[in-house]
Design a protein around this ligand. Sequence first.
Ligand code: GDP
Length: 601
Amino acid sequence: DTDTESNSRDPTSLRTPIVAVLGHVDHGKTSLLDKIRGSAVIEGEAGAITQHIGATAVPLDIISTIAGDLVDPDDFDLPGLLFIDTPGHHSFTTLRSRGGALADIAILVVDVNDGFQPQTLEALDILKRSQTPFIVAANKIDTVPGWNVNEDMPINATYDAQSDRVSSRLDESLYKIIGNLSDEGFSADLYWRVQNFQRNVGVVPVSAMTGEGVPDLLAVMMGLSQRYMKEEMEIDVTGPGVGTVLEVKEEKGFGKTVDIVLYDGTIRADDTVVVGGQNDPIVTEVRALLQPRPLAEIRTESRFEKVDEVGAAAGIKVAAPDLGDAMAGAPVRVVRNRSLDEVVHEVRAELADIAVDTADEGVVVKADTLGSLEAMADALDEAEVPIVRAEVGDVAPRDISVASTAEDSKQQAILGFNVDTLSDAERRAESDDVKIFTDQVIYQLIEEYEEYVEDLEKAQQDTILDNIVRPARFRILPDHTFRQNDPAVVGVEVNSGTIQNNANVVKFDSNEPERVGQIKGIQEQGEDVDEARVGNRVSVAIDGPTVGRQIEEDDELWTEIPEKHAKILEQELTDEIPADELEALNMFLDKQRSRDPFWGK
Ligand code: GDP
């Protein structure tokens, strides 16, 4: 039989499911991946697991050795699991395929002591949106006080070896996690109680440190994939490769390269490929396909070894000319058996699919990958923050130019997710009064921006309030005329609102307003003051009227509110002014509107 391995394979075959690990910082994502890789290396006596670029493939027979009785290889025909090496929802959102997440399945790591944390919620949100099936690894069970370690054991065996006190402590933490999941709309249970993993989230207690529960974790992943994902794993292995750019990297001797995860077909060392770029799709010829060199050979000239062909699912480095504009998260497609135009068209359509809807006005958004840009756009959409421009890349001077032209000062802002700010952009931002926000956590970034907007609006309202005539209703006290006219000086009591110096004074004569004069001084107990609040008794000098003619003792007087001010007060500032002022305003409006129903509207 002279068939090469790839020829002897059935052209439709089952590919390896791609697994992503998510969770809050320090909950043990990296440790868990290391543990799985480490166990796989030991069980396979090195070499049986394949280190890919950016991913680790663990074949079925190794999984079955690690999982022992929990995985019978005869029950499965999926070839194993491909773990993405970079954990975190960042790489998860980057790694997208047409129509959703590239990862077929995810592990959400939650520290049993620490429970749900902000990034746990964010990861859940992303999983929900991308409709990715996942299981929860309730990690660090070995930290339950009094824990009796049974390295690499399945959970039921190690659980049985714990004292009642220890196991009930663990149960408590696990039920808390299950409760948290339910709060987020996921029906969850300990994995051995879950019948239907499509409807319920399985929680697997593990320790990334001791390996306890890792057999269960692998068994559940395998079972779930085999049961519910088999159809999606059916690919034409000889077909043209389709993948996603994980990272764009400068590599000595190769120039700009792209690390990709291939999820369909094959890529060959002599293929023409189309890669999504900042502007238009890049059409280029593969110069080399590179894999990490096995550990034993690492001392030789290059860290990489060239291969002729790779089939999905796999992580591979592609060296090719003209990759400078390639973007993390962009699609990669091999041109084979089809016209170049068709493939370019497809890549362009995929890019357009990811492209963020922008508005005529809004904030500028920058992110390091297409996927994270999309996640940012979704989150901003939810927060009802419009976007004027959304791009992959660091914050650059031209972003400042765009942001600085916003008419609304709260939109003179740039939100950068996982990006740097170029130093000339920073200088420019300062001189152009553009605010730059950057963070590694989407919800924190948006929260920061929202707080800023709130402060800005508060400050704006304060300035408006400073320039607006405030409502007041007051009464001239009997026997308190200190001067008849020029100006009239009378004692008054403020019934509601705030009297301000220089305000015009009106009196209503059967709902007809009559201006009687202007306040030219307020004194409280002999001291000059600028205003008098509700309940105060003060003397006011009113320029214009004569007591006994235009005004009388016991008269009810009002501060005259210009119609425009009344409108702003009623429509925008009712939450900002005190209740008594609002009362004065409403009474004033009632009087005006009994004469003209549209007054101040
Ligand atoms: P990541 O930020 O989610 O990738 O978390 P790491 O894997 O870096 O783990 C954070 C810390 O928790 C490290 O100090 C780990 O050694 C520790 N850690 C992770 N998993 C376990 C576990 O199962 N048990 C114990 N005791 N410590 C753990």
